[in-house]
Design a protein around this ligand. Sequence first.
Ligand SMILES: [Zn+2]
Length: 248
Amino acid sequence: MDIAVTYLLNSGFLVRVGRILLVFDDFEDQQDVVGKALQAGDDYDAVYFFASHAHFDHFDKHILNYQQEAARYIFGYDIRRTKRARLFPQEKVTYMRPYEEWEDDCLKVESYDSTDVGVAFRVTEKATGKSIFHAGDFNWWDWTGETAENRKLAENAFRKQLKRLVGMKADLAFFPVDGRLGPMQDKGVREFIRVTDIGVLITMHDLEESGWKPGVDFFPEGKRFPVWSPVVPGEKKLVEMTGGITVK
Ligand SMILES: [Zn+2]
């Protein structure tokens, strides 16, 4: 069983697990990846739309175009206060605060806190048992231009939430590696992979297209897994789950 992942833009992805489609943080979809997937019609059982928080580069009202097809919209709690949220069919929307759980016949969703606003998601597809973590804007946002005090606050916020992720398992994890952070670009993800148990890492939130790749010292001792850093919208990979995990 493979998981198919297509890059939309920024932190936006279409993920196919079994017969379920998951769309994360689709703020812009230049290649109409989602629209085309939905036109394939009977080839999937249900599609779910996730938005981790209200920032424009994560949540956009164009996903309203899929309200017929959407089994559910699952949003970070902060989205509720936005004007855009009122446009959505409320009977199809679930808002999640940090450390909540929601489930239906197909999915179980657990939310974590972010270091920015909104939440991170851990989604388990029940038929296959595969789990996917999407960090939203959870990261160690260590901006070198900030004051020492602010940098310490950012670190504390990050470490506080990271504690809640210790031992978290996910077959696939999406995590920010933002080129604007310069030398601090992968500081957060390095800590994240040290405490969690993930099968494949896909990096995101790098509109700079910094060309980040894991260096030789990236992986903690005894841990190795495939990493994919997509750049071009519409790029697609199959994450193989049989006989060891590799990104094709
Ligand atoms: Zn963001």
